[in-house]
Design a protein around this ligand. Structure first.
Ligand code: UDP
Length: 329
């Protein structure tokens, strides 16, 4: 009998790559998404498969699955700063109420659950690179607080279900990840720079560009998540690529892909934008025998090809997500 896995946020960037991975490994995949930020085109190719089913559902509401379930991967959440600024209440609910529902489901089904946490739990970190035992420097009432605190609550309730109900839980702290199927207009730095370059607009660097990030290619991340799920380690594990660069350097690398054509303009740094971010991945190396393999040069090339293959409509539709109706709840 094939193992059954529920993936929430399945139509999103990471969720859809996880669906592909588990389908390839012959799992039965139950995909769930409310399609606020996810896009059906990311999983359309899986829809005809007999071992894939899709439920259009918001996990902040009670989640019902019939039959047995072996694993749950909770990846539903807006994840880009401009998204969670637009839908702050939904962001808080999916990280808190959504996680609660899925932990309850894991308990009822005796399933193992892995929740997607984030480097944002470290906030604007005072420890560098970030190790899992660092508690973070987060502004709870700032614009990013809705995401950061929902994810911190998520970690707390996940550990509580582990300790109090003996649910088998796993927590992955995901650092900046990129690759095909990112939304071109989700405001994050890589799609922003590539989208601007494809449209012939200048690239917008926020602040002076000295802030750092460390970018992991999506296939490396997915492999790390699978290994963590299969491990017996219930505490948070960082998964990311420690290759750290400044946003200015990153802009120049993208500029080079376009023969140095795009200009660069400077815009104000958003509030509470972390100044540095780099994962310490010793734990993942030691526990999971995992480390990233795809270099930025290679990953950027594949990602650029994906963005180039999108329609003109996608490229010019700057704010194609209408969150209006979701904000009422
Ligand atoms: N950034 C930028 N220009 C953009 C979009 C983002 O300079 O058009 C910066 C942003 O201020 C941050 C970094 O790039 O310092 C990464 O931003 P992103 O939104 O991708 O994710 P974050 O790591 O901040 O969650």
């Amino acid at each position: 009998m094939a193992k059954r896995v529920l993936i929430t946020g399945a139509a999103g960037f990471l969720g859809s790559h996880l669906c592909d991975y588990f389908i390839q490994k012959d799992y039965e995949v139950i995909a769930m998404d409310n399609l606020i930020t996810g896009q059906m085109k990311n999983i359309e190719h899986l829809m005809p498969l007999p071992n894939f089913e899709f439920y259009h559902h918001d996990v902040s509401k009670y989640v019902h699955i019939s039959g047995e379930l072996d694993y749950i991967l909770h990846f539903a959440s807006p994840a880009s700063p401009i998204d969670y600024l637009k839908i702050p209440i939904q962001t808080l609910k999916v990280g808190s109420l959504g996680t609660h529902n899925l932990l309850g489901l894991a308990k009822a089904k005796n399933a193992r659950i892995l929740v997607a946490s984030t480097s944002e739990v470290y906030g604007d970190p005072l420890v560098h690179p970030q190790t899992e035992d660092y508690w973070g420097n987060v502004n709870p009432i700032g614009p990013r607080g809705v995401y950061d605190e929902a994810k911190r609550f998520q970690e707390a309730i996940t550990m509580a279900y582990h300790r109090f109900h003996q649910v088998e839980t796993r927590i992955v702290r995901i650092f900046n990840t990129y690759g095909p199927r990112m939304r071109l207009n989700d405001g994050r730095v890589l799609p922003a720079f590539i989208g601007q370059s494809l449209r012939g607009e200048p690239m917008t660097i926020f602040g002076d560009g000295s802030q750092t990030r460390s970018f992991c290619y999506v296939s490396d991340l997915v492999e790390g998540i699978y290994r963590l799920l299969m491990s017996d380690y219930p505490y948070p594990v960082n998964i990311g690529n420690p290759d750290e660069i400044t946003i200015s350097q990153f802009a120049n690398e993208i500029k080079a892909l376009f023969d140095g054509k795009p200009e660069i303009v400077y815009k104000p740094l958003p509030q509470d934008d972390p100044m540095q971010r780099q994962p310490n991945i010793s734990k993942a190396k030691e526990l999971l025998n995992w480390e990233p393999k795809v270099e930025r040069k290679e990953g950027l090339k594949i990602t650029l090809e994906y963005f180039k293959s999108l329609s003109k409509e996608d490229l010019y539709e700057l704010d194609h997500k209408d969150f209006g109706s979701f904000n009422k709840f």
